[in-house]
Design a protein around this ligand. Structure first.
Ligand code: ZN
Length: 279
C-alpha cells in the first residue's frame, strides 16, 4: 500500500519549541538555512525515487520562490503549512481564514499551481478549533493533515478518528491525521523528533500496522532542519525543547534513506484522491 511522505517546510527558528525565545520580528535577521536543507531533502527523495508532499510556510514561499518551483519540478506536491507557523488554536476563525489566504497566495504565486492540501502548524486543529475544518472546506481545500489523535504536551485531539475521514457532514474535505507509533506503552506521532530519537523499527511497525490491520495508508512527516546538524544553537531555549530539537540530527538523513527504501511512499493529494470514494 502506498503511504504519504510529507515534509513540513520551515526554518530552524520557526518551530513551536522556540516560539517563546525567538520573536517573529527577528526572523529576517537570522541565518536562513531552509533553502539548502530542503534542496538536500529533494536530493534524498530523488535518489529514492519518491514523490512527496511539502507542507510549506507562506513566509518561506515568499522568500524562496525558486525553491517552490524546484519542489514542483521534482514531481512533488506543494501544500500549505500556514503563513508563519501560528498555531490554529491561537487564532479566531477570521484570523485563520486570513492566514490560509495569505499563505496560499504566496505558494501559488511562487509555484504557479493550485494548492489543495493543508497542515496546521504543530497539529493545532483540536477541540479548541471546532470551526477549523469548515473554514478549510469553504476555502476549497481537498484535504487537511492537521490532527494528532493523541495526547501530547503541546498538542493533540485524543478520541479523534485515527485514519482518513470526512470531518464535516456537508463537505468533501478529508482529514488525514498523523499516524501513531507505539513505544513503551505510549503512542506518539510517527515522524519528526520521535522518529529521530527512536529506532526505525518503531515507525516501520506503525506503517505496517496501519496498512495491514487497518487497511489504511500511513502518514509520515519530518522537517528539513532535522537533517541539519550545523544549524545555530538556541542556548536560551528550555532544556526539554533543546533536547528534542537537537538530538540525533546527524543520524536523520541515514534513517530517512532506510525508511524511504522500506515502504511504498507517495504524495498525499494522490493518495487522498485514491481513497476518497471509500470514506
Ligand atoms: Zn511546522
Amino acid at each position: 500500500m502506498r503511504n504519504a511522505m510529507s515534509v513540513d517546510v520551515e526554518d530552524w527558528f520557526q518551530v513551536g519549541a522556540f516560539e517563546t525565545v525567538i520573536d517573529r520580528r527577528d526572523w529576517n535577521g537570522l541565518e536562513h538555512r531552509v533553502e539548502a536543507n530542503t534542496d538536500a531533502v529533494l536530493d534524498l527523495f530523488a535518489q529514492a525515487g519518491v514523490q512527496a508532499t511539502f507542507f510549506t510556510l507562506g513566509w518561506v514561499a515568499d522568500r524562496f520562490p525558486a525553491l517552490m518551483r524546484r519542489i514542483l519540478a521534482g514531481g512533488h506536491e506543494l501544500a500549505s503549512h500556514g503563513w508563519d507557523h501560528a498555531r490554529v488554536f491561537t487564532m479566531t476563525a477570521d484570523q485563520f481564514r486570513d492566514d490560509l489566504s495569505r499563505a496560499r497566495t504566496a505558494l501559488e504565486d511562487a509555484g504557479g499551481q493550485a494548492v489543495t492540501g493543508y497542515r496546521a502548524p504543530s497539529f493545532s486543529i483540536d477541540t479548541r478549533t471546532p470551526w477549523a475544518h469548515a473554514v478549510l472546506a469553504e476555502a476549497g481545500y481537498a484535504y487537511s493533515s492537521s490532527v494528532a489523535p493523541v495526547r501530547h504536551d503541546h498538542y493533540g485531539w485524543p478520541g479523534s478518528p485515527r485514519s482518513l475521514h470526512r470531518p464535516l457532514r456537508d463537505a468533501a474535505l478529508v482529514e488525514w491525521p498523523i499516524t501513531l507509533a507505539r513505544v513503551a506503552g505510549r503512542e506518539v506521532p510517527a515522524g519528526g523528533g520521535f522518529f529521530r530519537l527512536l529506532p526505525n523499527a518503531v515507525v516501520e511497525r506503525a506503517v505496517v500496522r496501519s496498512n495491514r490491520e487497518d487497511s489504511h495508508p500511513a502518514m509520515f512527516y519530518f522537517h528539513p532542519w532535522e537533517i541539519d546538524p550545523g544549524q545555530p544553537r538556541v542556548a536560551r531555549a528550555p532544556l526539554r525543547s533543546r533536547v528534542r530539537h537537537y538530538a540525533r540530527l546527524g543520524a536523520m538523513a541515514g534513517k530517512l534513506r532506510t525508511l524511504l527504501a522500506r515502504h511504498d511512499w507517495g504524495r498525499s493529494d494522490a493518495i487522498v484522491a485514491a481513497h476518497a470514494d471509500g470514506l
